[in-house]
Design a protein around this ligand. Structure first.
Ligand code: ZN
Length: 363
């Protein structure tokens, strides 16, 4: 399925018009997969062309009612430019045709996140906080009565990503990070060091989505009324490059993150034992990442793997074969497993995200 990048307004219109069922729930990293893109007013965006410094390359699909002059205005360019970029002989354009436009108006990546309603919150306040209107927020969440929001409820919200697209270059062990995005404080997690919390846009999005996923899962919410924030350790420094004592963490794709614990909130990465580990939440978090297909591998201490594996089998979280296929331990039968053992990963999980598909110099 193609993955498109949409502007906030476009995505909102899509989500509202089409309903959540038509928008794939498994959207990762750099955009939203929309099954029937032609139903939306679309603006598929791409990375900026290297030669077009401050502009952004957009693939605009012509819709009924579109005119060349309207398209030019929308992206802050001239009709002549649009004609030139697309080798058009006249101003006539045809529905469904793709036009390349180097937009001078920044088209930002939009993410759907989860907001947990707090005591005293109003729909208006939440909408304003996310630069949405009450109407948009209500439509997105199918809320008919705005007075009916309650603390603890999860709402879908749309948040704009940074203006400049990031790029991971080189390897995680020898690379750099261009226009890295700094993870901002938010619900569900604690950042140990903000100056070491720079990642690619994809890394940041995936991380936020994986955490938010636990908070919006209805079954989990019944089991855990309150989910203590997870601790986020080092990602990369601004610009990437060597980050001792880590061997990797150089191009914005590595994240050190704590486990979930039964004994309350943490502000540091702490030692995991058979007793303090929150199996339910840690499993849900890891499983979500496994299913995302966005991860190269994860490091988890072998003992923690054994505990989690045995628990998951007992709880029938998946078939035994499937569970055994994701852990390297305890059987060591699967050297290709996504979850590998590496000494020193008792107090944190190391996640290596895949290279973003458009970062061609990342490997
Ligand atoms: Zn690490």
């Amino acid at each position: 399925m193609a993955v498109y990048r949409y502007t906030r307004a476009v995505l909102l219109a899509c989500l509202i018009a089409m309903g959540p069922n038509l928008v794939s729930a498994n959207v990762w990293g750099d955009g939203y997969s929309i099954r029937r893109p032609l139903l939306c007013r679309q603006a598929k965006t791409d990375r900026p062309e290297p030669t077009q410094d401050r502009s952004q390359r957009i693939e605009h699909v012509v819709l009924p009612g579109d005119t060349l002059s309207g398209i030019a205005v929308r992206y802050g360019v001239t009709v002549a430019e649009v004609r030139n970029w697309n080798k058009l002989r006249s101003d006539r354009i045809y529905i469904d045709r793709k036009l390349i436009v180097f937009s001078r108006i920044p088209v930002r990546v939009v993410r759907e996140l989860v907001y947990i309603v707090e005591p005293g919150d109003t729909l208006g306040g939440i909408a304003a906080q996310h630069k949405m209107t009450v109407k948009e927020l209500s439509a997105l969440n199918q809320i008919k009565n705005p007075d009916k929001i309650r603390p603890g409820m999860s709402l879908r919200v749309l948040v704009e990503g940074p203006e400049k697209a990031s790029e991971a270059r080189g390897k995680a062990q020898y690379g750099k990070l261009v226009h890295g995005e700094q993870l901002q404080p938010g619900p569900g997690y604690v950042i140990k060091r903000g100056d070491l919390a720079y990642g690619t846009n994809e890394t940041i999005t995936l991380l936020l989505k994986s955490i938010a996923h636990l908070h919006k899962d209805k079954k989990l919410k019944k089991i855990r009324k309150k989910i203590a924030p997870i601790v986020i350790g080092d990602i990369s420094k601004k610009g990437g490059g060597p980050l001792p004592p880590h061997k990797s963490h150089q191009n914005g794709r590595d994240v050190d993150i704590g486990y979930y614990y039964m004994d309350g909130e943490k502000s540091e990465l702490v030692r995991t034992t058979k007793e303090n580990l929150d199996y339910e939440l840690t499993w849900a978090f890891l499983w979500h990442l496994v299913e995302s297909d966005a991860v190269d591998y994860m490091f988890v201490d072998k003992n923690v793997q054994r505990w989690l594996r045995d628990w998951a089998v007992k709880q029938k979280k998946a078939s035994v074969d499937k569970i055994d296929s994701i852990f390297q331990y305890p059987t060591l039968s699967n050297p290709e497993a996504l979850i590998q053992h590496e000494p020193g990963h008792n107090d944190h999980i190391h996640i290596r995200f895949r290279c973003p598909s458009q970062d061609r110099n990342c490997w």
